[in-house]
Design a protein around this ligand. Sequence first.
Ligand code: SF4
Ligand code: SF4
Length: 115
Amino acid sequence: MTKGLLIDYTWCTGCHACETACKRELGLPREQFGIKLAEYIWPMDEGKDFAHTDNWQYTYFPMPLDACDLCEERTAKGKLPSCVHHCQANCLFYGEIEDLMERFLEHPRQSLFHL
Ligand code: SF4
Ligand code: SF4
């Protein structure tokens, strides 16, 4: 059965805990990531550009990258992937793709990742 990660970024706070936990798990150097947070920030006031507003919209989107092996060693021992375990906002889920797909279809602003 294919396993995967569901990323429900609706409530992602941009805390970077998943990045840090993943780096530790994989033993990656500073410049490499197994999951990387994309941060999109744009002005909310119509007609105003970045230089003329204090009203911002923030969206954070954690993206698993090539180094991600879905925490092969941890999950083989029955543990959750490190990023899932450390996400305080409950944005990351690990499991069978079919099960994750059901959750994926429940609401927008999610993505699915598998190897
Ligand atoms: S599943 Fe493991 S290897 Fe993949 S992003 Fe999460 S912590 Fe990193
Ligand atoms: S997915 Fe979770 S751990 Fe990662 S930045 Fe978002 S809230 Fe933090």
